[in-house]
Design a binder for this molecule. Sequence first.
Ligand code: NAP
Length: 289
Amino acid sequence: MSATTTRPADASGTFALGGDLPVNRLGFGAMRLTGPGIWGDPADPAEAVRVLRRAVELGITFIDTADSYGPFVSEQLIRQALHPYADDLVIATKGGLTRSGPDAWSPVGRPEYLRQQTELSLRHLGVERIDLYQLHRIDPQVPLADQLGELVLLQQEGKIRHIGLSEVSVEELVEARAIAEIVSVQNLYNLANRRSEAVLAYAEAENIAFIPWYPVATGDLARPGGPLDTIAKDRGASPAQLALAWLLRRSPVLLPIPGTSRVAHLEENTAAALLTLTDEEFQALADAV
Ligand SMILES: NC(=O)c1ccc[n+]([C@@H]2O[C@H](COP(=O)([O-])OP(=O)(O)OC[C@H]3O[C@@H](n4cnc5c(N)ncnc54)[C@H](OP(=O)(O)O)[C@@H]3O)[C@@H](O)[C@H]2O)c1
């Protein structure tokens, strides 16, 4: 087997977060390694550990998680499976969303809460500094300068390396950049939902990483006879692989983080890095929505 087939994620190319933290562009999202409603333990914790270890074997160097996944379950599984971490592994976490039950998420951006959650993430991940700390949501009840100001203080204290945002508009991104250096934005974006095109264009122009969540969503596009189904059959690929290959081709600042609780899906998704779409295929998929 060639190095490319044993470490397919290497074929996705690299992006340097903040200009100094290189990652393979095809990453892994660790939200699905929890119970239903992203609450509590996963049904099969041993498989979750296998998924994480296999991800690293496949060349994935960028793992996305959050304190609120579980809460804490995802971060603790990452530590259990992968600590001590490989030198090239970058773990991004998030804080700022509280949990009161399955599928319930409420923003809290008070500085003392963000500090507490950063301290807890350091502890749960078993690191002295978090590579990328993302404000999971802007809390509309707290001035943005207070929320990001606390993250800047934590950065100055050496507890956070880089700061990112999640679910923001271009206007919010511009406002945030006057307060802190923002290296990434994580918004919903996939083949079937491109409402964040303006944010992607801004990120690309400013060389900010755009981390699209829900990247394998294929929806109606994958229906039998639909554009994904047709091209997938021609290429001997799956709809999920095409959706990921499309994102990788769409922009060099896109860092897709497909999530799964199963090794089989992880292997399938990571192999998407080996799939290069032709101009015609890329356009046919883009035009299908
Ligand atoms: N910033 C935010 O607000 C936010 C919100 C949501 C998610 N995220 C992040 O984004 C990551 C990805 O988002 P996501 O988990 O919502 O979406 P996703 O990765 O696009 O999709 C995950 C879902 O698709 C299934 N799946 C994965 N690979 C598949 C395949 N090859 N074939 C068929 N089904 C497949 C998974 O089920 P199986 O487990 O059965 O494979 C799971 O139900 C998360 O892990 C998290 O890190 C961030």
